[in-house]
Design a protein around this ligand. Sequence first.
Ligand SMILES: N[C@@H](CCC(=O)N[C@@H](CS)C(=O)NCC(=O)O)C(=O)O
Length: 265
Amino acid sequence: MAQSALRIFSYLPNPRVWKALIAAELCGVHVEVCGDEPRRLPEWLWDFEARPLEEEERSASSPHARVGKRGFTQTLYKTDAFLVAHPYGTVPAAFSPGGAIGVFESNSILRAVARAAASDHGLYGRDGYQASRIDSFLDATLVFAREAQVYLLALRQMTPELHRRMQDALEFYLDGIERALGDAPFLAGDAISLADIAFVCDLAQFLNERRARGLLEEAGLGIATEGEPNAHPRAFEHLFRLAETPAFAKHLGGYLDHARSELAR
Ligand SMILES: N[C@@H](CCC(=O)N[C@@H](CS)C(=O)NCC(=O)O)C(=O)O
């Protein structure tokens, strides 16, 4: 079997991991993924050699026991080496072959896949300026995704302030996407790039908000994506069209079905 360019450890499935897998599909790179369902990741040793722990290895006195900080409330078992490679201690966590170099942040893992490709596929642009423009979209997408993460983790304790902040962030992000797609068929020009991949995966993940309509209504609030895709038709058409192409569909599967049928009404 071909040697993997990267090994990724994460909870699975994870749209942040799909970014790397979609790029890998498009540029012929082999990526190895290991992990488990979100609720089982606290039972794993977080390491380059990640593995499920025996019950007796999972105790507060373990040298690897750490307090979960973002999205995990339980004790997590991260080795010192994991935290050297991944100073923020987050997943998805990617490693170079052999584990010497940790690559964190899903958009950076996405870039690492494109850089590992043997042939020039154009996913990360064709020169430094094009790559920088793609980086601009990746940064804007991360800003949106961070707001979305805070919001989605707070769905059970939503406040009007946080809800308003999310609506503003969504509108700001999608306004830019809409404008860019008015000038070109893909976010960064005439061809698909890393910018489109990150956009699809992060927006698809955010659309899970719609599953929490009941929770938000109990708090006297509506869903932040109410009124979409009328407000941003090009952005949503781009999302659903790309999601149906083979490299995306292989990983997203029916993930967007709930949003597609609701939004089409
Ligand atoms: N912006 C990061 C988000 C990564 C992140 O925040 N991961 C959380 C889970 S959603 C994590 O690993 N938390 C570990 C902890 O709680 O210690 C990315 O795109 O990779």
